[in-house]
Ligand binder design. Structure first.
Ligand code: MRU
Length: 347
């Protein structure tokens, strides 16, 4: 099953808020509903929200009553801006919307309906490419994982965070499929628990050995020599190699370096934003403090207790061993290697 897809004139997606208890899908029939599904994390994970936004644009085109290409374009610009506002950090969202807008703005179309059709095909292509790219990254990255290794992983970077297969979890999947005997330590990833709710659910399905650990136990296992490699995803990578990823990644990277453990980010080139020279320019989403005090509606403390909830942090490039992409492993100096992979050249 795909995390997000087009079905019968609507966007169908797995409801990630219901996992691991219930595997259910929702059907969204308006671009507003797609934007809301991204905001409330029915769909989440950088590449998955990119694909959802692409299908959202195809839906916006269908929904629009415009009869001319110009009028349709005006509606698409408005709806594209709304989709982009849904979540600020993962660049894949803006990347997908802009890709469809560029097609709409640059093409010669005989009619508004022609444009509608071309946009749907482009969204389908983005989704199909995502699956193919993840599988390539899996092959590239699997070489980093040795037989017998224990891998520490943060958040959810699997099939659910993408259209299918996954980024860092895709590498883990590929290493497992290559016959390597591996064990995964899954950070639970407070406050939304993507590690315990989603990554553990995926590894259960795949039959890959794992243990959920509290986020605060990562240093304990590193110090005991029980972690061979850390693999994480990314939501946006600046031109110098600084990485925005799920909150908690920064401290993992520092601890990994202190213990001499290799630390890799796995991300498609659509996550690289060459327009930003360093990580301090990446917008960091601040989410509702209630996610910290009352996770999934279960109060941990009285509702008036104060909390903060930054959803991402920035890992400076000096802590990275490399960035696994569909064009190979980018290594320092990242300014050069990232430019090469974004141009479609081998790292
Ligand atoms: O807030 P989320 O769950 O959308 O977080 C984004 C992520 O999935 C991770 O940060 C991940 O590492 C991106 S890679 C698929």
């Amino acid at each position: 099953m795909r995390t997000v897809e087009w079905e019968g004139g609507a966007v169908k997606m797995i409801n990630q808020r219901a996992l691991p208890w219930k595997l259910e899908t929702v059907r969204l029939e308006s671009v507003e509903a797609v934007a809301e599904s991204i905001r409330n994390m029915t769909v989440r994970g950088a590449p998955a929200i990119g694909a959802a936004a692409a299908f959202g644009m195809a839906l916006a085109a269908r929904q629009s009553k415009a009869e001319s290409v110009d009028a349709l374009l005006a509606d698409l610009l408005r709806d594209g801006a709304m989709l982009k506002r849904a979540r600020p950090t993962a660049v894949n969202l803006a990347w997908a919307v802009d890709k469809l807008l560029q097609i709409a703005e640059s093409g010669e179309f005989n009619s508004a309906d022609d444009l509608r059709e071309v946009l749907l095909q482009a969204a389908q292509q983005i989704a199909a490419d995502d699956v193919a790219i993840n599988s390539r990254m899996g092959q590239v990255g699997a070489a980093l994982v040795e037989d017998g290794a224990t891998v520490l992983h943060h958040c959810n970077t699997g099939a659910l965070a993408t259209v299918d297969y996954g980024t860092a979890l895709g590498v883990i999947r590929a290493a497992f499929q290559a016959g390597k005997d591996i064990h995964i330590l899954l950070d639970e990833t407070r406050p939304r628990l993507q590690g315990s709710r989603l990554s553990a659910w995926e590894l259960e399905q795949a039959g890959i050995s794992y243990d959920i650990i509290p986020d605060t136990a990562a240093g304990y296992y590193m110090q005991r020599g029980e972690v061979d490699i850390v693999l994480v995803g990314a939501d946006r990578i600046a031109a110098n190699g600084d990485v925005a990823n799920k909150i908690g990644t920064y401290q993992l990277a520092i601890m990994a370096q202190a213990h001499g453990i290799p630390f890799y980010t796995v991300a498609p080139t659509s996550t690289i934003d060459l327009g930003l020279s360093s990580g301090d320019q990446i917008p960091i989403e601040q989410r509702d403090p209630a996610e910290v005090t009352t996770p999934y509606g279960n109060p941990i403390v009285p509702a008036h207790f104060k909390a903060r909830n930054p959803a991402f942090d920035i890992t400076p490039q000096r802590y990275l061993s490399g960035i696994v992409t569909e064009f190979g492993i980018a290594r320092p100096p990242f300014a050069e290697s990232l430019r090469r992979v974004v141009a479609g050249q081998q790292a």
